[in-house]
Design a binder for this molecule. Structure first.
Ligand SMILES: N[C@@H](Cc1ccccc1)C(=O)N[C@@H](Cc1ccccc1)C(=O)O
Length: 710
């Protein structure tokens, strides 16, 4: 097809539209993904399990649909039209998501909650399906279409293009993962104000429309390779015939052929057979690759969970656990230029031939190192975690509700108690406690596997109270807080985000989860009130004790005592930076190189198909996470990290052997030779090829015979 070819600094101008398109599309995808689980949980009101399963199913679907997009592009519509049509599908999906998040549409009673949840669920599921079809479908086409814009001699420029392409992906995803959570946190609505998911999905929808418009604007400048018929069907038929023919000629009387695909020669074009061999060779090399993604994709799940058990205070800045993920695109934006302009040229200068497959091998090793770092951090975290009772043990803490100190005797040990912060561990089911002078004795039954607090009353002859305490770290960096009322009157405790309710005299509230930062509690007793402020870190649990002597006034700061049930997270989130550094350095070496490798080693009519094969390794990697985590079931998280690191090192070893035997090819050169020779007889053909071999020394005999040209 005809197109206007313009070059800027040796690069086709058309790639400008392609990289801007990719920037907007990735903004759209990652922005929507950043708030998806919260949308399920808080808008659609799904439980955690359903929300995470639907989320992972969606992500997996996004990496399976590239196969569909690639087949349509390479066999039928061509990459350009496939990108246009599937981008429209994608944008419709994003708009459907934005509309599904407008609560006012079905909020007939105007109470701020949707009244017809089915409408919102169905619309958002249709939206997600269209998005998965769109994003996955265009993904292999956009990268390959970008590669198509370069001519055969522009290898260096094409490599730079793939690096810039990767930078745009990460620029877009970085911006959107920062912006959409902010948009979601705004309040919006027509009749009532609610969290603004419609805006958080609306902006990605708008960016997808921008991506589409930018791509269409560049239309006249693209080189558009024509699809060459239903290539995938031909490939399948050709492979099927080769297998059948080989089976038919299995007896020793038939001479062996160099490659099993050569058994298709009786019926199929030699060029097609050669192209299939190229694809199969690369696909075979892909077999170990999913293991890299298995580790890579855990930064979104396991590493974020790890961050929830860490301290996120960076001076006055507080980093939330899921915000640590933005370290990845930030590092990509710095590492890709450093690698391209410093590290790789330096390695070249040292005379080392750092081939794509060697880079990918090093990338895998770096990812394994990242997991060893994660394991070391986990060991540090584990040291700070409380020791919870085993199923045969009980733990007990004592809290003196009176103002006088009391002497307590448990078995034969004496304790002088104001308020205790410590849990004592017991193997026995019952313990004898003697309190005060003269002694009051009591036999306490303890619950196995539980933590409990014994509230010793003001008058020790009164009834003794036992509370059940929290036995796991609060999730997602929250703090679990409760109040014990030691007063003779009921007290109401509230904060803007929670109400602990009315706490009866000598009793206690349930735990409430609150975020980190400074919190001011307001305590009410009748018309009297006072305020108590305190700072919370991440992942702690406290029991606040309101003493009988409390005097209501402007503040009750001095009177209330805090018993620490679980210490706040003390290992700093900055310790995760080395693991992020290594996994991202690994990603640059593995993923950026792999993207370009998949393009450069693919025959011209199957470029998108090989890109889809590359993305398929991501989908398989995600499934392996589920399988290994389910099968291994290791009691310690650090051991699981070490297991994944070891598996990757083993896989990396196998890959390096496979890579050693891989011979790089120039598909364009091989295809050109086939086309040149198509009408010439065998003798003439051989003669010409020998001449080529002598003149450019690039194509070697093994390669010619492998592709059956000689
Ligand atoms: N580094 C990632 C982008 C990212 C952004 C924010 C949080 C985590 C990751 C990236 O470049 N992704 C690329 C390539 C890729 C990586 C993994 C699986 C499939 C593709 C992308 O195209 O999204």
């Amino acid at each position: 097809t005809s197109f206007i070819f313009k070059e800027v600094c040796g690069y086709p101008l058309s790639i400008f539209f392609i990289v801007v398109n990719e920037f907007c599309e990735r903004f759209s995808y990652y922005g929507m993904r950043a708030v998806l689980v919260l949308y399920f949980k808080y808008f659609l009101r799904w439980d955690d399990d359903l929300a995470t399963s639907i989320y992972h199913t969606f992500v997996a679907l996004c990496y399976l649909t590239p196969i569909l997009g690639a087949i349509v592009a390479d066999s039928w519509l061509g990459k350009f039209k496939t990108i246009i049509y599937l981008s429209i599908v994608y944008a419709i999906g994003q708009v459907a998501m934005a509309v599904s998040a407008i609560h006012d549409i079905t909020d007939t009673d105007r109470d701020g909650t949707p009244d017809n949840m089915t409408f919102h669920v169905v619309l958002s599921m249709v939206g997600l399906f269209l998005i998965a079809l769109g994003t996955g479908g265009i993904k292999p086409c956009v990268a390959a279409f970008g590669g198509d814009q370069f001519s055969d001699h522009q290898d260096r420029q094409r490599r730079t293009f793939f690096s810039v392409f990767y930078l745009c992906i990460n620029g877009g995803s970085l911006l959107s993962t920062i912006i959409t959570p902010i948009l979601r946190a705004q309040d919006c609505g027509i009749h009532s104000q609610q969290k603004c998911y419609s805006l958080a999905f609306g902006v990605p929808a708008a960016l997808m429309l921008v991506a589409l418009v930018v791509f269409i604007v560049g239309s006249g400048m693209y080189y558009k390779a024509e699809p060459q018929g239903n290539i995938m069907l031909d490939v399948c038929k050709c492979i099927g015939f080769a297998i059948k023919n080989r089976y038919r000629h299995r007896s020793n009387q038939y001479p062996k052929r160099q490659h099993w695909m050569d058994w298709a020669e009786e019926k199929y074009d030699k060029l097609l057979i050669a192209q299939i061999k190229m694809v199969l060779k690369v696909l075979f090399l892909y077999i170990p690759l999913p293991m890299f993604w298995t580790l890579f994709d855990q930064k979104g799940s396991r590493w974020t969970l790890q961050a929830t058990t860490m301290n996120g205070y960076f001076g006055s800045l507080v980093i939330q656990p899921d915000q640590m993920q933005t370290v990845n695109p930030i590092l990509i934006l710095t590492l890709v230029p450093i690698m391209d302009s410093v590290i790789y040229p330096l390695i070249n200068k040292c005379g080392l031939n750092f081939t794509p497959l060697k880079r990918m091998t090093v990338g895998m090793l770096l990812a394994a190192i990242a997991f060893v770092c994660a394991a070391l951090v986990q060991i540090e975290i584990d040291k700070t975690l409380p020791t919870f009772p085993s199923t045969s043990q009980s733990q007990l803490k004592l809290l003196n509700m009176g103002s006088e100190t009391v002497t307590i005797k448990i078995f034969n040990d004496f304790f002088v108690l104001q308020a205790s912060n410590e849990y004592f561990t017991f193997e026995a089911g019952q313990i004898n406690i003697s309190v005060g002078h003269p002694e009051v004795r009591n036999t306490i039954s303890l619950a196995k596997g539980q933590r409990q607090t014994l509230l010793i009353p003001l008058t020790i002859t009164d009834e003794w109270l036992m509370t059940d305490d929290i036995t796991s770290k609060p999730q997602e960096g929250n703090n679990a807080i409760r109040f014990v009322n030691g007063m003779k009157t009921a007290v109401n405790v509230s904060i803007p985000a929670a109400n602990f309710g009315l706490i009866e005299p000598f009793s206690y509230s349930n735990y409430s989860l609150i975020k980190n930062g400074k919190v001011t509690f307001t305590l009410w007793s009748g018309s009297q009130s006072c305020e108590y402020s305190t700072d919370f870190g991440f992942g702690s649990s406290y029991t606040f004790f309101i003493p009988s002597t409390l005097v209501f006034g402007p503040n009750c700061q001095e009177s209330i005592t805090a018993a620490e049930d679980i210490k706040p997270n003390s290992v700093h989130m900055a310790l995760q930076i080395p693991q992020y550094f290594f996994i991202t350095a690994g990603e640059v070496m593995f993923s950026v190189t792999g993207l370009e490798f998949s393009y450069s080693q693919a025959p011209s009519n199957m470029k998108a198909v090989l890109q889809a094969g590359w993305l398929f390794t991501v989908a398989i990697g995600n499934f392996i996470v589920l399988i290994v985590a389910e099968l291994a079931k290791l009691p310690k998280q650090w051991a699981e990290y070490v297991l994944f690191a070891s598996l990757l090192v083993a896989v990396c070893f196998i890959f390096s052997i496979m890579a050693y035997f891989y011979t790089y090819i120039d598909p364009a050169e091989i295809e050109a030779q086939f086309k040149k020779n198509v009408n010439e007889d065998d003798e003439d053909n051989k003669h010409k090829l020998q001449k080529t071999e002598r003149s450019n020394g690039k194509i070697n005999v093994t390669k010619l015979s492998y592709y059956n040209m000689a």
